[in-house]
Design a binder for this molecule. Structure first.
Ligand SMILES: Cc1ncc(COP(=O)(O)O)c(C=O)c1O
Length: 418
């Protein structure tokens, strides 16, 4: 199987015709109680919670196991745990692995709710977090490691600002000092193979491209060793992590077409990124495949492609009101959180960005675009009309730096959850 191309593998993975009475798709199994043939089986089966065994609803059913097999295949790992959301896929391994007194390193560019979790829940349980520049040098990172640093966290590219990280270097520093590397690999689905670059636990918000249709919320954590599977699986079950089998079934269905959707969305996003790069209103396009994106060299080295999500920075003469007027005027781009669905979205992001290490100040209002499956010419025409509105709103440069204005008070802003 592993010698086949990606398209072949996601078409054939997780087929269990015997269990599905011959049907190509796995059964949708809903249930809590599982009946055992006798007491001896009951006693035995309880010891198999690390395996794909139908023991009790919480431990998963054929439907969950099929999706777990599929995600492990996509990520290139050996075991996968499905959890209730992408955010739960971040919090579960952190809670499962860390203990009071431990220290954690997190990039300053991290997804807002991850930061909030570290600063509230983990802090309450005695785990301290240090934020680091996502483009940190090896020397500086080594200096940030403490004797009790147990996890280095990565999100590459970073939420909203798209800094691509040097993941092999993060892995080297972490492993040489006995720490694990956890990575939110949602953006890099299919194009970044986490375990080839030293990641120990790879996180996916299946809500995005695997679901692909903006109709489920779901997450997954994949690991590549038995050792990591033991703490992850036990931790997830101890925390009562579970996901609806209906959602798992939909995610599995979405995964079958992941490749064709991603190809089109990534190609169109790149075309739009190049078009935006030539616009006078745009100061900088934050697309990992463009040299203007911080960490572009790591994308070139480690990724095999991109997805449909990227950002841009406007010239400083356009303030938030002008950007909001442009976004409000768009006909095809919805204003919505999340990404990876079939529909295009535009989201002003400057005010949702929280930084504590002084990174990520780009000197202009920012916009995040998720490119859906619409025709690319229609999307470009929509943006073009939006630029006319933007120019009509042009103002003198505002006095305060736009990205940092509301920095700290936005720390727990629910709008950063996207
Ligand atoms: C990079 C990233 N990770 C994780 C998540 C969380 O996913 P979910 O919305 O399923 O909780 C998101 C959601 O926007 C995200 O952008």
């Amino acid at each position: 199987m592993s010698n086949h191309h990606f398209e072949t593998r996601i078409s054939t993975a997780a087929r269990r015709p015997v269990k599905s009475h011959g049907y190509v798709n796995p059964k949708l199994v809903r249930g809590s109680t599982v009946l055992y043939p006798n007491c001896a089986t009951r006693r035995e089966i309880g010891k198999r919670r690390l395996e794909q065994e139908e023991i009790y609803g919480l431990y998963g059913s054929e439907t969950h196991f099929a999706l777990e097999t599929m995600v492990a295949e996509i990520e290139g790992g050996s075991h996968c745990q499905i959890v209730s959301s992408g955010l739960a896929a971040i919090t579960t391994p952190l809670l499962a692995f860390l203990k009071s007194g431990d220290h954690l390193l997190v990039p300053d560019s991290v997804y807002g709710p991850t930061r909030r979790f570290c600063d509230t829940v983990l802090a309450r349980y005695g785990v301290s977090t240090t934020y680091y520049d996502p483009l940190v040098s090896e020397e500086t990172l080594v200096g940030l490691m403490r004797p009790h640093t147990r996890v280095v966290f990565s999100e590459s590219p970073g939420s909203h600002t798209f800094e691509v990280q040097d993941v092999p270097m993060l892995a080297r520093v972490a492993h040489e000092r006995g720490a694990k590397l956890f990575m939110d690999n949602t953006w890099g689905i299919r194009t970044f193979q986490p375990f080839r670059h030293g990641v120990d636990a790879s996180i996916q918000a299946l809500t995005k491209y695997v679901g692909g249709h903006s109709d489920i919320v779901l997450g997954a954590i994949t690991v590549a060793s038995e050792e990591d599977w033991v703490w992850l699986r036990n931790g997830a079950l101890d925390l009562g992590q579970y996901a609806s089998p209906d959602d798992c079934w939909l995610a599995l269905r979405g995964a079958r077409t992941l490749n064709v959707r991603l190809d089109q969305q990534a190609n169109h996003a790149l075309r739009i990124a190049h078009w935006l790069n030539d616009r006078p209103e745009v100061q900088r396009v934050l697309h990992p495949a463009l040299p203007s994106c911080p960490g572009h060299e790591f994308w070139r080295r480690d990724f095999s492609g991109a997805c449909g999500l990227f950002g841009l920075v406007f010239q400083p003469q356009f303030d938030y009101a002008a950007v909001a007027a442009m976004v409000d005027s768009l006909q095809l781009f919805g204003i919505g959180a999340s990404w990876g669905g079939y529909e295009s979205l535009a989201l002003p992001t400057s005010y949702t960005i929280t930084r504590s290490e002084g990174t990520g100040s780009f000197g202009g209002e920012m916009l995040r675009l998720q490119i859906g499956l619409e025709h690319v010419d229609d999307l470009i025409a929509d943006l073009d009309a939006g630029f006319a509105i933007l120019r009509g709103q042009q103002k003198m440069v505002c006095a305060s730096p736009p990205c940092l204005a509301d920095e700290m008070q936005d720390l727990y802003n629910p709008e950063s959850a996207a």
